[in-house]
Design a protein around this ligand. Structure first.
Ligand SMILES: [Zn+2]
Ligand SMILES: [Zn+2]
Length: 133
């Protein structure tokens, strides 16, 4: 299990109970939107407001603890910061699969006169389950 307290401290954030609860929810789901995070967290902390969760999510994003994954026409999802990878996002069921960036993709990302620091590649389509529906 990820040590959320260390993770927060390493990124110059105080480890509050709100933040560790949010991280736990995100980590457990893999990729999750704010409404579902809110539901998870509220089970343990019924007094926590959506605004507070939202504020903490923004802050943790700014501190590189979590990453926003834009969804096509739906609410963004969030995940814990990991090595760069490709998202296969299903437009049918909304499921997100992580897949590694291949050597070839890596090479395609070398752009003249631009120093790449990080990348997020999101591919939209239909997963195997939704294809056979
Ligand atoms: Zn699907
Ligand atoms: Zn991911």
């Amino acid at each position: 299990m990820t040590d959320y307290i260390t993770l927060l401290k390493e990124n110059d954030l105080k480890a509050t109970i709100q933040r560790t609860s949010i991280l736990k929810s995100i980590d457990h789901a893999g990729h999750i939107n704010i409404d579902d995070i809110y539901e998870d967290v509220r089970e343990l902390h019924p007094t926590l407001s959506l605004a507070t969760i939202y504020k903490n999510i923004i802050l943790m994003q700014e501190h590189n603890v979590i990453v926003e994954v834009p969804m096509n026409g739906e609410k963004s999802k969030f995940e814990l910061k990991k090595d760069d990878h490709i998202h296969l996002i299903c437009q049918g069921c909304g499921e997100i699969q992580d897949t590694d960036i291949t050597q070839k993709t890596q090479e395609a990302l070398v752009i003249e006169n631009f120093q790449l620091s990080s990348s997020q590649i999101n591919l939209y389509g239909f997963c195997q389950k939704c294809q056979s529906r």
